[in-house]
Design a protein around this ligand. Structure first.
Ligand code: ADP
Ligand code: TRP
Length: 318
């Protein structure tokens, strides 16, 4: 099955991105035809500093490669290297009713958060539809926050097919629900926009410091604690074995365990979990030309597929 997903280079990727999305992307590439890309044109809608966007684009590429994206099998590229998508985006814009975009919650959310609205931010779902439809994508693994954008994509494909004839495959979404929302060190959802993240590849010393800062309640060491209400355990769940987790939960209920102990163990486990990938990440950092070449080759492979769909759409218009 053809699986496609994109991730915005809007900051350094964090363990919420990894456990909430990237890990599943990497697993899905094994049994499927994976098409994954860096959505830098989408990231432009939030007005990033040009230098940061430049750095984050390469950082996302290195993160995926270090974590095991297999470029022999999976097609991996950067959105801005594929102009076919923006051409299709215009064509799709012309069959997209304004009302469909006005109903999109992610636009409203971003404006409510104080983001200066630009036309790109409003039209964001149409570009996402073009990303998906140009590759005849069958499965689109995304977090729950993106479900509406997949529904909009299906609507837009339907409007086009009804008007100009059968052209696009209607994709299925595939909501990544195996992991609940990963909390950040302040207890809110871990997110680049809240400055509460633990980055996948930040220095080990900084991982330790951030883990020690995770917000907990003020229950004294001797008292029993509710394992369901602890941010540290919510993160430990992602990296500890089932036996170890059960053991901590028991200790919490009994009392006598301080948050400091479990934080120390969490830092150790997080560092251990990502250790095998750090070496590869460091090598890539020394070989940026290789990373750029991977993206360039990926864009060529992606273009071969995108050209065909775009041509089909254009023929149906004329
Ligand atoms: P951010 O909120 O950090 O800007 P994005 O919106 O770019 O993250 O999300 C990229 C992907 O990572 C999405 O599929 C999203 O569902 C997933 N993701 C982001 N934050 C979390 C989190 N805290 N827990 C689980 N999944 C997350
Ligand atoms: N909007 C997605 C996000 O913020 C990123 C994205 C862009 C995407 N184009 C896509 C995801 C196409 C899936 C398919 O997470």
């Amino acid at each position: 099955m053809r699986v496609l997903s994109g991730i915005q280079p809007s900051g350094r990727l964090h363990i919420g991105n990894y456990f909430g999305a990237m890990r599943q992307h990497l697993q899905l590439q094994e049994q499927n035809e994976g098409f994954y890309f860096i959505a830098d044109y989408h990231a432009m809608t939030s007005g990033p500093k040009p230098d940061e966007l430049r750095q984050n684009r390469l950082a996302v590429a290195m993160d995926y490669l270090a974590l095991g994206l297999d470029t022999k099998k999976t097609v991996f590229w950067c959105q801005s290297d594929l102009p076919q998508v923006t051409e299709l985006c215009w064509i799709l814009s012309c069959v997209t009713p304004m009302g469909l975009l006005q109903r999109c919650v992610s636009y409203k959310d971003k404006v409510a958060q104080g983001l200066l609205p630009n036309h790109g931010l409003f039209a964001y779902p149409v570009l996402q539809a073009a990303d998906i439809l140009i590759f005849d994508s069958e499965l689109v693994p995304v977090g729950a926050d993106q479900k509406q954008h997949i529904e909009v994509t299906r609507d837009i494909a339907g409007y086009f097919n009804n008007t100009y004839g059968e052209t696009f495959v209607l994709p299925k979404d595939h909501i990544l629900k195996s992991v609940a929302v990963v909390p950040g060190i302040d207890g809110r959802k871990m997110s680049k926009s809240y400055d509460n993240t633990i980055e996948i590849f930040e220095p080990e010393s900084s991982v330790k410091k951030k883990v020690m800062k995770i917000v907990t309640d003020s229950t004294p060491v001797e008292s029993p604690k509710d394992p369901e209400k602890c941010n540290v355990l919510a993160l430990l769940k992602l990296v500890a074995s089932a036996d170890e987790l059960a053991d901590w939960e028991k200790k919490y209920r009994q009392g006598g365990t301080g948050y400091g102990d479990v934080k120390k163990r969490l830092a150790e486990l997080l560092i251990e979990y990502f250790k095998p990938y750090r070496q590869k990440r460091a090598e890539l950092e020394k070989n940026i030309d290789y990373v750029k070449k991977v993206l360039k080759d990926g864009a060529e492979r992606a273009a071969a597929v995108a050209d065909k769909t775009l041509k089909k759409a254009c023929l149906n218009i004329k």
